[in-house]
Design a protein around this ligand. Structure first.
Ligand code: SAM
Length: 261
């Protein structure tokens, strides 16, 4: 398969997932998202957003899904919010949610690798969360894009699943299943949905394992200076939630801040 075949398969899978989420957790989001104090931030994000200061910031979220997090960022005081996602169904869901929430958020349906120069140098903050980077085959190009999007001194905030989790199959527990250094993508076939595990997603999708050094190296190569990095024992994905209960556990998530030179 060529890179674009993987990306188009993933787009199809995410469009299928959007319909499952619309019937599931999103049906309970409509009322909550209208509240002025609606938020998706956990303790880590509250601390980091307080440090960054969202007021008057221009923010772009890559792989924003239905914008549930970006809408929280807008409600927390950001000036302009742009969300990019490859799934037209999730982008449509995001537009409806933002309208319902009473906030202005710009949603753009695009493969991140197809973003041209139109957004270059416009953002104080690039935001990436929970299960975004594993869908992307080329992290070097992704960090190049991030560097282009940021204004000078702009910041990158990543809050993601820890790459060590690629060694494990959540259904088998803490048993090494893959090499940390694996490069070929995982093909997820007929997998349970992460929000609605009783429902299975029929489209085969492709998940790309990346090392932590691919993330840190991407920052270094594209002159994004690390200002914060922390690893956590809490899961963000829901898929690995059971690992939180283990006495001897691997790192489950991390946060990273970097500033453009
Ligand atoms: C796990 S979801 C992100 C969830 C989000 N952080 C949240 O908690 O609501 C991953 C998203 O990445 C998007 N995505 C995958 N590949 C992409 C690509 N090449 N370009 C843009 N978006 C992509 C998918 O459509 C999906 O909405």
């Amino acid at each position: 398969m060529q890179t674009n075949d993987f990306i188009q398969a993933n787009r199809k899978m995410w469009n299928e997932t959007a319909a499952i989420h619309a019937q599931g957790y999103v049906s309970t989001l409509w009322e909550r998202i209208k509240a002025p104090d609606y938020s998706t931030f956990d303790a880590v994000e509250r601390r980091i957003f307080a440090q960054i200061g969202l007021a008057d910031k221009t923010v772009i979220q890559l792989c924003c899904n239905n914008g549930r997090e970006l809408i929280a960022i807008k409600k927390a005081g950001a000036k302009r919010c742009v969300g990019i996602d490859i799934s037209d169904n999730f982008i449509a869901q995001g537009q409806q949610l933002a309208q319902y929430a009473g906030v202005e958020v710009d949603f753009v349906c695009s493969n991140v690798y197809d973003i041209g120069a139109e957004f270059d140098g416009q953002f104080d903050l690039v935001y990436i969360t929970i299960g975004a980077m594993g869908w992307l085959p080329n992290l070097d190009a992704f960090f190049g894009l991030i560097a282009r999007l940021l204004k000078p001194n702009g910041q990158l905030f990543i809050y993601e699943m820890h790459p060590i989790l690629n060694m494990f199959d959540a259904s088998k527990g803490l048993v090494v299943d893959s090499s940390y250094f694996r490069v070929e993508p995982f093909a997820d076939e007929n997998s349970p949905d992460y929000y609605e595990p009783t429902q299975h997603v029929s489209t085969t999708a492709y998940w790309f394992p990346h090392k932590l050094s691919d993330v840190i190296g991407g920052c270094l190569k594209h002159k994004l200076n690390l200002t914060h990095f922390e690893e956590y024992a809490h899961d963000l994905s829901m898929v690995f939630a059971a690992f939180e209960q283990l006495e001897k556990k691997p790192p489950l998530s991390y946060s990273l801040l970097a500033q453009k030179q």
